[in-house]
Design a protein around this ligand. Structure first.
Ligand code: SAM
Length: 217
């Protein structure tokens, strides 16, 4: 992984594939641990609800979400076949329980009926959405009335200090994400900013922040 160029790492952050994609995903599990775990805590799913996670990567943290309550159902959807395969491999026990599944698909065209999902969570994917408004409308479509969306991301001010984000990332501020949610019809929109331990990269120490924007349909 250390011999990959910044462009290659960025390519695998957007869509991990093959052996290098699996390696980059393992590094993501370290670098994104706080963001992923905080997103699940802030989602606060009620018992007996159905959660859709878009872009779960290798699903390393799915067990932590499922541990929040015994009666949750979870579908992880990712457009990388490598990540779907890894998520299945890492979560076989949960899959056998019948409560968890992983499928290949894109945010652009979700294979779900209107009003069929209670919660949608997505972490570190918004930078790669091909059409922000259209994709947010697709999330709105599949959520149940009163369903909750949670988008977790590094804000523009953090990504501006991370070289890898110069290669194919779209960077957003809190206001931009909140406006997007409002534009497609979400209500009760709010964001929470949570600071994390500093991140050490290329001899520099970066102040890490996670932003979590939520809305209700
Ligand atoms: C940067 S990784 C984040 C993985 C994990 N959520 C985390 O924060 O560590 C982005 C993930 O989103 C997936 N992804 C990107 N664009 C997508 C799309 N249009 N539809 C579905 N999944 C997508 C990628 O394949 C990848 O697994």
């Amino acid at each position: 992984m250390s011999d990959l160029s910044m462009q290659e790492i960025a390519k695998h952050l957007r869509k991990p594939s093959g052996k290098n994609g699996k390696e980059v995903a393992k590094q993501m599990n370290k670098g994104n641990q706080h963001l992923c775990l905080n997103s699940y805590k802030l989602l606060k799913p009620k018992p007996n609800s159905l959660i859709l996670e878009i872009g779960m990567g290798n699903g390393f943290f799915t067990k932590d979400l499922m541990g929040l309550d015994h009666n949750l159902e979870y579908i992880g959807l990712d457009f990388s076949q490598t990540m779907v395969d890894e998520a299945i491999r890492l979560n076989q026990k949960l899959i056998d329980s019948g409560k968890v599944s992983f499928i290949k698909g894109s945010i652009e065209n979700l294979p779900f009926k209107d009003n069929s999902i209670d919660y949608i969570t997505t972490t570190n994917t918004i930078y790669f959405w091909p059409d922000l408004s259209k994709n947010a409308r697709e999330l709105y479509r599949v959520l149940n009335p009163n369903g909750k969306i949670l988008i977790a991301y590094r804000p523009k001010k953090v990504l501006d200090n991370l070289e890898v984000s110069n290669y194919g990332f779209n960077k957003y501020t809190r206001n931009e994400v909140e406006s997007l949610l409002a534009e497609v019809g979400f209500k009760n929109i709010s964001s929470k900013e949570i600071s994390e331990p500093d991140f050490h990269i290329q001899g520099k120490s970066l102040q890490m922040i996670g932003l979590y924007s939520t809305g209700i349909k």
